[in-house]
Design a protein around this ligand. Structure first.
Ligand SMILES: [Zn+2]
Length: 416
């Protein structure tokens, strides 16, 4: 598979996860009876079964009969699902949600959902029983991910590492032999100052080497580099061009942090949160700017469901742009004269009747599908990349409000 195709199927997977999570978040149990289990890939299924069996027997102590039965039913259903797996869960782990949800009017519905191979590996085993399902760890995985290099330093020590999505990963550290500001007796002031500057220079070089070694091989995947430390250390370090020039170009900001040990890496991410948030929508912004430019000055842009669909089918769409807020279904109809017609409706509404736009005959309903999945299916077959655009900035909002949440950047003009 090409990396573009991999990217598309990853986006698709994320979209599918997002939809399931949206559903799960709406559910509520009338008591503490919704069970969520996060299972990392290296956890033996048999030990999970043991854990669930244990919880099942402990649940017999629950006072409310209704809650007790609900929890035990959920656990039984989870055990049933675990039978489908061999020794270990699939790659990156599984998450199981199970419980009796409030269906209104005093009724409950039993819901069990299994999500395999989430976008990120599950870090640790979690058993969670509450009136809501535990979806936050999965939601974090779905946030727009980035890879950022982190460097914190003062004249005494330095740490380098990664920010992967929301996770800080310390990698290497160094400490210096730079002498303090007080010279010892017998040393000339000049000589002391020179030695001290040399030691500082050496240390900056060492820090740069450490960062280069880690980050140069990843320079094409990097979304940016953050540098932190007290003044003037970080400024000296950056102004002195110690870093590999390609890394230097990736520096998106320098930030004041007081600690330069591992905890400094976390402080750096906190201090840079605004810059990181900007960076997150930066990619979306660029694509949308390209779209508007093409819309105003060229003919390599399309928007709205039907024109975009037709372009997609022709294979003329280079990038399909879909608003993250789009929640629509497409209904497909066919009239007696074989005209195929489409209607896009709110996902919560029922399927409308349709009159053929071409011949005016009553058209027969064929099928109904989530509009994003429908378009992504065609995109995948045509080698078109799909990009989800957030509504956290003006042009992203416009995609949703003014263009129906669907648009495309074209490879060539089609006049559609
Ligand atoms: Zn017709």
């Amino acid at each position: 598979m090409s990396s573009e195709a991999e990217q598309t199927s990853e986006d698709r997977r994320k979209y599918e996860f997002r939809k399931v999570i949206e559903d799960l978040k709406q559910y509520e149990g009338s008591g503490t009876q919704l069970v969520t289990i996060y299972i990392p890939e290296d956890k033996q299924i048999s030990s999970v079964v043991e854990h669930v069996t244990q919880e099942h027997s402990e649940a017999s102590n629950i006072k409310s009969k209704q809650t007790r039965t609900a929890v035990q039913d959920a656990l039984t259903s989870i055990k049933d699902r675990l039978r489908y797996y061999d020794t270990f869960p699939p790659e990156r782990g599984i998450v199981i949600f199970s419980g009796a949800i409030d269906a209104g009017g005093g009724q409950t519905d039993m819901v069990t959902k299994v999500l395999e191979s989430p976008p990120d590996p599950i870090q640790s085993f979690r058993y969670h029983c509450d009136s809501e399902f535990l979806t936050e760890p999965l939601e974090e995985m779905l946030l727009d991910k980035g890879l950022f290099g982190l460097i914190v330093l003062d004249r005494r020590e330095a740490n380098v590492g990664w920010l992967k999505g929301k996770r800080v990963e310390p990698v290497k550290s160094a400490s210096s032999l730079v002498p303090g500001k007080q010279r010892k007796g017998g040393q000339s002031a000049q000589r002391f100052a020179r030695l001290r500057l040399e030691a500082i220079d050496n240390f900056y070089q060492e820090v740069a080497e450490m960062a280069n070694e880690l980050m140069v091989p990843k320079r094409h995947e990097l979304d940016g580099i953050l540098v932190g430390g007290p003044s003037p250390t970080k400024d000296e370090f950056l102004d002195g061009d110690y870093l590999h020039h390609e890394l230097q170009d990736h520096v998106i900001g320098k930030f004041d942090v007081s600690y330069t040990d591992e905890s400094g890496l976390y402080d750096l991410v906190d201090a840079a949160s605004d810059a990181l948030a900007d960076q997150e929508v930066m990619k979306d912004k660029k694509v949308m700017e390209e779209f508007f430019e093409n819309l105003h000055t060229g003919d390599l842009a399309t928007y709205g469901f039907e024109p975009t669909r037709r372009n997609l089918v022709m294979g003329s769409v280079d990038r399909l742009l879909i608003s993250e807020d789009l929640r629509n279904d497409v209904c497909v109809y066919e009239c007696p004269n074989d005209h195929e017609e489409y209607e896009v409706i709110d996902s919560r509404k029922s399927t409308p009747k349709h009159t053929c736009g071409e011949c005016g005959e009553a058209a027969e309903f064929q099928e109904r599908e989530d509009v994003i999945e429908y378009l992504m299916n065609i995109a995948e077959q045509r080698g078109t990349e799909t990009k989800f655009i957030s509504t956290d900035f003006e042009k992203g909002e416009q995609l949703m409000d003014a263009f129906g949440g669907v648009a495309g950047l074209l490879r060539y003009s089609t006049g559609i």
